[in-house]
Design a protein around this ligand. Structure first.
Ligand code: ZN
Length: 191
């Protein structure tokens, strides 16, 4: 079932999310809802706090672009991108690679805003699956960027927090204007 996506300004986006200790039926249902919501919104990733649930769970689907990575490994073995999509991960631990790369990002919680963010070009992430297995994934490209973006969400961090000081000035102005539009459209409550 498609869920409403929490927009910027809601305090749930700033919470440090709790680890998932037991994968209950509610967690399975939440995952299904998150996948429906992400696909409907044409996003490449969605974190549980974005549907109002502050737990360490996120989903990613970058299978629309098979060229978006140059490698993907699960537990050290090369895999085919589409075979592991959508990726559903719990309690992730990020090991960012040393090389950095600038790329454009957006966020379903800040619609109509995109900006350039410097992130690690490659990452290794250790996470738990819905079956309770611990796995590692290594990737570069859009998948590495999406993993970092979603893991940030689980720590209450948004991509706009990672802009340069100069870019932040313009960002704040633009987001203020966007929030006024959301108010007018009834998407968020007036302060
Ligand atoms: Zn986001």
């Amino acid at each position: 079932m498609i869920q409403p996506i929490v927009l910027y300004g809601d305090p749930v986006l700033r919470v440090k999310c709790k680890p998932v200790t037991t994968v209950t039926d509610d967690v399975h249902k939440l995952v299904r809802d998150m996948l429906d919501t992400m696909h409907e919104a044409k996003g490449v990733g969605l974190a549980a706090p974005q549907v109002g649930v502050p737990i360490q769970l996120a989903v990613i689907d970058v299978s629309h672009d098979l060229e978006c990575v140059s490698y993907v490994r699960v537990d050290g073995a090369d895999v085919i991108l589409t075979d592991i999509m959508p990726l559903i991960f719990l309690n992730p631990k990020l090991e960012p690679g040393k090389d950095k790369e600038i790329g454009e990002e957006g966020c379903l919680s800040i619609p109509d805003y995109r900006d350039k963010v410097k992130r690690s070009a490659g990452v290794k992430v250790t996470y738990e699956t819905l079956d309770g297995k611990t796995q590692t994934i290594e990737a570069d490209g859009l998948l590495a960027r999406a993993l970092q973006h979603e893991i940030d969400h689980l720590h209450g961090i948004l991509f706009i927090d990672r802009l340069s000081a100069v870019a932040k000035v313009g960002m704040k102005r633009k987001i203020k204007r966007l929030m006024e539009e959301w108010e007018e459209d009834g998407l968020i409550k007036k302060k």
